[in-house]
Write a protein that binds this ligand. Structure first.
Ligand SMILES: Cc1cc2nc3c(=O)[nH]c(=O)nc-3n(C[C@H](O)[C@H](O)[C@H](O)COP(=O)(O)O)c2cc1C
Length: 208
């Protein structure tokens, strides 16, 4: 099954302008700010969470935790949206699926700080994003939220740290989006060149 079979023909394509060809779920991933209200079926949400679950982690600690809220839980959905910064609330409130990514701060075995917890959570979210892409479901991660508000809203214990809020769903039909959002959606994706990010053999030496 390819992403094309799952994707709405109206979804905006923002393929990465990569120097080397990419698989379509990698190169085609981008972060929408305009979502359709169409609910994401539970099986697809489950598959995204399974992908996160099966990510690699240091010492197999699996320090990630997720709180999942859908639009058919209006009180919880509004509570989640209330933890977001205003600029994010504006568009993320339309997303039918909201997920809070949380890291367990300390190792299980000695209760000392786990310096890989954030790294591992990021890796799990990346797997979740790609599984979503394979099903036509896009995610948009947000650092713009209040950790304190999220902790209070969802009774998160001190040993765990809210790290990232995620809005997810099917991309909306862009023609129906407000002007400012449409402009942002249409802006091209950009990246630093590989030569600035990758070195061959020693720091600063060209790889390619
Ligand atoms: C940890 C993290 C935090 C982010 N925070 C926000 C945010 O608060 N608001 C927002 O609109 N986008 C946010 N983004 C989305 C990035 O701006 C976006 O991924 C980046 O511009 C690259 O765009 P692309 O994902 O479409 O390729 C965040 C992304 C990540 C990974």
């Amino acid at each position: 099954m390819t992403i094309r079979e799952n994707k709405s023909p109206l979804a905006l394509e923002k393929q990465a302008a990569s120097d080397y060809p990419l698989h379509e779920i990698v190169g085609g991933r981008w972060s929408p700010r305009y979502f359709s209200s169409q609910p994401v079926p539970k099986e697809k949400i489950g598959a995204m969470l399974e992908a996160a679950r099966w990510a690699a982690s240091s010492r197999n600690q699996q320090p990630w935790r997720f709180i999942v809220v859908t639009a058919d839980q209006p009180e919880l959905h509004a509570r989640f949206v209330g933890t977001l910064m205003e600029a994010n609330q504006k568009w993320a409130q339309e997303a039918p699926l909201l997920i809070l990514g949380i890291a367990k701060r300390n190792w299980d075995h000695n209760d000392q700080p786990n310096g890989y917890a954030w790294y591992d959570l990021g890796q799990a979210v990346s797997a979740l994003a790609l599984q979503g892409m394979a099903e036509g479901v896009y995610i948009h991660q947000m650092g713009g939220f209040s950790k304190d508000a999220a902790r209070a809203a969802f009774a998160i214990p001190e040993a765990y740290e809210p790290v990232v809020a995620i809005a997810a769903g099917y991309p909306g039909v862009l023609d129906e989006a407000p002007d400012d959002i449409r402009q942002r959606e249409l802006s091209p994706r950009s990246r630093k060149p590989l030569s600035e990010l990758v070195y061959g053999g020693e720091w600063g030496a060209p790889w390619d």
